[in-house]
Design a protein around this ligand. Structure first.
Ligand code: GTP
Ligand code: MG
Length: 273
């Protein structure tokens, strides 16, 4: 099977790896990297034009890791420039702004773009992903909470960190976990260690909780058409109840989602003859 195994240098203990940053424009990708590499924050927005490239050396246990960082531009305009840089990555920083829901919703399309560009080489199990919920310092404008972000990340076997490039919160911890996981993966023959993906709940459960949270009304929440019959409502309810019952589902947010589904069913049945 094909992996994205990194290039080993002569010294057995040193590794060379490639990481990339992905996410909508202005979410803070460049600032996160700058905060880690240069220990500073730039408040003025300087859009990345195409790609920024940098190298840093880190120590993980007894290994020296040479990290090649490709910081991608998030603006759609740069798609043509980005697309050839996806290949051969061992790590991906997926960044969104906790104050902009569309930047969180866009994570799926960023993964989609990456898969498409990697083509037959798309072996996502050989890549370590870290989701950065960035700009957590701006608490008043926050719209995507921790539970929602964590759920999206962990249900896919990705790390999740709350970060602020402005204050530095979470940045070092995030990079340490990122590089340490990449090293583990390389030592594991290019396969992401299995422990990271065993989170105790399924992607279906996680996606359903997310769908419920974002639903616009009770019909939408149960996944039935407005005007559905009692029977259809009950059938949809039973399916969701089995999937999300707190005795069976340990995904974060399942209890609230389950309660919301119970309430939605009650209110719909009240109005159906
Ligand atoms: P593109 O290169 O266009 O894809 O954007 P980017 O994701 O690299 O964003 P960049 O790092 O340039 O940051 C965008 C803006 O957000 C800048 O004005 C930063 O100062 C600001 N910013 C980045 N991170 C944070 C953060 O954690 N908190 C706050 N308050 N502002 C941030
Ligand atoms: Mg940038």
């Amino acid at each position: 099977m094909e992996t994205n195994a990194p290039k080993r240098r002569d010294n057995k203990k040193s590794l060379r790896v490639k990481v990339i940053s992905l996410g909508n424009a202005e979410v803070g990708k460049s600032c996160i990297i700058k905060r880690y590499c240069e220990k500073r924050f730039v408040p003025k927005y300087l859009a990345t034009i195409g790609i920024d490239y940098g190298v840093t050396k880190v120590q993980v246990r007894d290994r020296e890791i040479k990290v090649n960082i490709f910081d991608m531009a998030g603006h759609p305009f740069f798609y043509e420039v980005r697309n050839e840089f996806y290949k051969d990555s061992q790590g991906v920083l997926l960044v969104y702004d906790v104050g902009l829901r569309e930047s969180f919703d866009a994570l799926d399309s960023w993964l989609g773009e990456m898969k498409q560009e990697m083509g037959s080489q798309a072996n996502m199990d050989s890549i370590v992903f870290v989701v950065c919920a960035n700009k957590v310092d701006l608490t008043k404008r926050r719209v995507v909470d921790e539970g929602e972000g964590r759920l999206w990340a962990e249900s896919r076997g990705f790390h999740y960190f709350e970060t602020s490039a402005q204050s530095g919160e979470g940045i070092n911890e995030m990079f340490q976990a990122f590089f340490s996981s990449i090293t583990d993966m390389c030592e594991n023959g290019g396969k992401r260690p299995a422990t990271e993906v065993s989170v105790g709940f399924t992607k279906e459960q996680a996606d359903t909780i997310r769908r419920i949270r974002n639903s616009k009304d009770s019909w939408d929440m149960l996944g039935v058409k407005p005007g559905a019959t009692r029977e259809e409502v009950n059938k949809a309810y039973r399916k969701l109840a089995v999937l999300l019952h707190p005795d069976k589902c340990v995904a974060p947010g399942s209890e609230d989602a389950f309660k919301a589904v119970v309430n939605a069913r009650t209110s719909l049945l009240k109005n159906i003859k």
